[in-house]
Design a protein around this ligand. Structure first.
Ligand SMILES: Cc1cc2nc3c(=O)[nH]c(=O)nc-3n(C[C@H](O)[C@H](O)[C@H](O)COP(=O)(O)O)c2cc1C
Length: 310
């Protein structure tokens, strides 16, 4: 028993928690605040780049708003990010604002555990642990964890062109509600970026939490294309309009027409319009949130279900 008490003082919390959430997530509300104004951006903000850490929204919230994440039930503040507008992106008559993250903090752990956990996590990052976001400095990774207070759904992206097929996981995705647009932030080193920019059609399979291991195994395809659709360990089905192979066991399959793409720091920001959406089944979707968020919920007796390995 004493070990449970001592553990948080010697070992950091995991940075990411892989959880099963029925979409759309309703646990956390995100708002932008600027001057005396505030607006709900739960379904109107996303990550546009990891280096520098950049947030995109279709709301014009002035030059330096604050992005707040609150627990929906209790209204408690979980964390916030201070933003600085750096650029705008025009696509299909809409203007998207890009904001750099200037600073941030969370309230999921009480003092002194909060700074101590940050210190332990940063030390682990500096010692070169296998962070999926290893291109980021520890402070930016801490800020990214705050952006994950809104649990982020995981999809598999299908790319299918003559001579190039691919299927890889993404979670830096999301609707920018006010504009009706949908964005994806893909590291510019991804092997499918040139094909996506040229072909401008993709399918997104919303993945059941139960397929966690299969999803993670496909992360190798950020670097190498898929040899053949038949090489996958699960069946595919053609998407409705474009006929792109997508995951037959997906919860939902969306087709995206890419209307704009541009490099934003380390990533290519793809801006698309959803042209079709097929709901195949209702179940929990694979999501990522911050480890300190799951710890906060666990202390209150309401943790998200963990996505389990098969
Ligand atoms: C579940 C999951 C979601 C991911 N989402 C994204 C994403 O949205 N954008 C991106 O560029 N890479 C994404 N990646 C790729 C990883 O960040 C990483 O680049 C990839 O796993 C290769 O890792 P490595 O470069 O450390 O070998 C994702 C990987 C996984 C497993």
């Amino acid at each position: 028993m004493w070990k449970d008490w001592v553990r948080p003082f010697v070992r950091p919390l995991p940075q990411w928690s892989v959880v099963a959430v029925t979409p759309p997530q309703r646990a956390v509300v995100a708002s932008l605040r600027w001057g005396k104004a505030a607006a709900d951006v739960t379904t109107d903000h996303t990550v546009a780049s990891l280096r520098p850490l950049t947030i995109a929204t279709s709301l014009d919230a002035g030059p330096h708003p604050v992005l707040e994440y609150r627990d929906r039930t209790s209204g408690r503040l979980l964390g916030k990010l201070q933003l600085l507008r750096t650029a705008t992106v025009s696509a299909e008559g809409s203007t998207l604002a890009l904001y750099h993250v200037a600073a941030g903090g969370h309230r999921c752990l009480a003092w002194p555990l909060r700074p101590w956990n940050t210190w332990l996590q940063n030390r682990l990052m500096r010692n070169g642990n296998a962070s999926p976001h290893s291109l980021m400095a520890p402070m930016a990774t801490q800020q990214l964890m705050i952006a994950y207070l809104c649990p982020r759904p995981v999809v598999l992206v299908s790319v299918d062109a003559p001579g190039h097929h691919n299927l890889f996981p993404m979670d830096l995705i999301g609707p920018l509600g006010r504009s009706g647009l949908f964005t994806l932030a893909l590291r510019s080193t991804n092997v499918s970026v040139p094909t996506m920019r040229e072909q401008r059609r993709i399918a997104l399979s919303c993945m059941p939490a139960a397929m966690k291991d299969a999803v993670y195994a496909l992360s190798v395809h950020h670097k190498q294309p898929l040899a053949d659709w038949t090489a996958l360990p699960f069946p595919v089905r053609r998407s409705r309009t474009f006929g792109i192979p997508a995951v037959a066991a997906a919860l939902r399959i969306r087709e995206l027409d890419i209307v704009h793409s541009e490099e934003v720091g380390s990533h290519t920001l793809f801006v698309g319009r959803i042209v079709s959406e097929e709901t195949l089944t209702q179940d929990a979707q694979l999501h990522h949130t911050a480890g300190f968020h799951q710890a906060w919920r666990r202390r209150r007796g309401m943790p998200f279900s963990e996505a389990r390995s098969a």
